[in-house]
Design a protein around this ligand. Structure first.
Ligand code: SF4
Ligand code: FES
Length: 368
């Protein structure tokens, strides 16, 4: 058996509460209620354990992590444990004073989400009136304090035409990086494939715009790019490979190999309240289920790319093929690839599909 390296990065989903209601949210459809969230002390213990086993980077996410009143205390504790801290936020819930406190607590980096490049688009997608103006104010405060900033633009059929402006905005805000992420269909986004699936032409145009901007802005702005995988030929290396370099902790303390792992019904996940993080990472059946390449069937098992993409995304294979051990159907070698591309085309041509907004934890889940 190959030696398992320690994780490098940990995503702490501090809460599923969020003022926005983005239809592409990757949170699970069954959201954790506030009374199931981990306490401050348990999160701090998780951060210390993470640092002890080798984690270097901590991504504080949600929901909206600013919905946690103890956010500053959590950042301070994570820094004390020696972790590099990155806050992934919509900006809503951050005041100038709170940002100054986060700076004093040692927060290293902020990733600010962008739902659109104007108020009409951003507020419609986020389902939050006034959100865009507030976000622009928060961006100005972030710049004034001098936090290193990444802009996270999630793009889909409705807002892909705004990509050039999003890139310009990142430069104007002084961001060092922009993540151009074509929507990935997990969680709530799966309910919105008709409304959000880009067309094949849009996907190709996005790739062209990214290539042009990368050349033009070399040395000014780094552009990370997640292409539209339903329209592609090969899958992405999801999570850097299952149980390979990163882990997630859900708001209720379940420790997950990725943010959508709970959609794989036969896996059982340990909880940080009960089990040491090191035991979960190295020994738990869930983390070992799709680690490495031994679990793979054909065509992955004899494929020359198997250590590059590890067969793609397990959760996508589960959602589309009904088998988490199958080749990700976004791969051209998958027997389901043609059907997936046909479905992608049908989703992308669906006229006037309404957005299904994410609801709040504990609220009824809308029907398909
Ligand atoms: Fe990756 Fe499997 Fe496709 Fe090969 S067959 S490219 S390993 S998903
Ligand atoms: Fe779970 Fe890709 S989201 S493996």
């Amino acid at each position: 058996m190959t030696r398992v390296p320690p994780p490098i990065a940990m995503l702490a989903e501090l809460t599923h509460r969020c003022p926005l209601a983005c239809p592409y949210c990757s949170n699970p459809v069954e959201l954790a209620r506030q009374d199931r969230e981990l306490s401050t002390e348990t999160w701090i213990s998780a951060f210390r354990q993470a640092a002890e086993i080798g984690v270097l980077q901590l991504h504080l996410s949600g929901g909206e992590p600013a919905s946690r009143r103890d956010l500053t205390a959590l950042v301070a504790a994570a820094r004390e444990a020696g972790l590099y801290t990155n806050l992934i936020t919509s900006g809503i819930g951050l005041s100038e004073r709170r940002l100054a406190e986060l700076d004093a607590a040692g927060l290293d980096h902020i990733q600010l989400s962008l739902q659109g490049t104007d108020a009409a688009m951003a507020d419609q997608i986020g389902g939050y009136k006034g959100g865009f103006d507030r976000k622009m104010q928060v961006a100005a405060w972030i710049g004034a304090i001098g936090f290193p900033l990444t802009l996270n633009a999630v793009l889909h059929r409705r807002n892909l035409h705004q990509l050039p402006r999003a890139i310009d905005m990142a430069v104007e805000m002084g961001a060092r990086r922009i993540e151009v992420a074509t929507v990935q269909f997990h969680g709530w986004a799966l309910k919105n494939r008709d409304a959000l699936m880009p067309t094949r032409a849009q996907a190709a145009e996005t790739t062209r715009i990214v290539a042009e901007a990368r050349a033009r802005l070399k040395g000014v702005l780094v552009i990370d790019y997640v292409p539209a995988d339903y329209h592609g030929d090969y899958p992405k290396r999801c999570m850097g490979g299952w149980g390979t370099s990163g882990l997630n902790i859900a708001p209720d303390g379940q420790v997950l190999p990725c943010h959508a792992a709970q959609t794989i019904p036969h896996l059982r996940f340990e909880n940080i309240r009960d089990t040491p993080l090191a035991d979960i990472w190295y020994d738990s059946p869930a983390f070992n289920a799709y680690r490495g390449t031994d679990w793979m069937a054909e065509p992955c098992q004899s494929c020359e790319r198997k250590t590059k993409d590890f067969g793609g995304c397990r959760c996508q294979a589960m959602a589309i093929v009904g088998d988490a051990a199958a080749t990700d159907p976004t791969c051209i070698k998958s027997p389901h690839h043609g059907a997936l591309q046909d479905r992608a085309r049908a989703h992308s041509e669906s006229a006037d599909a309404a957005l299904t907004y994410r609801t709040a934890p504990g609220k009824p889940i809308p029907a398909e």
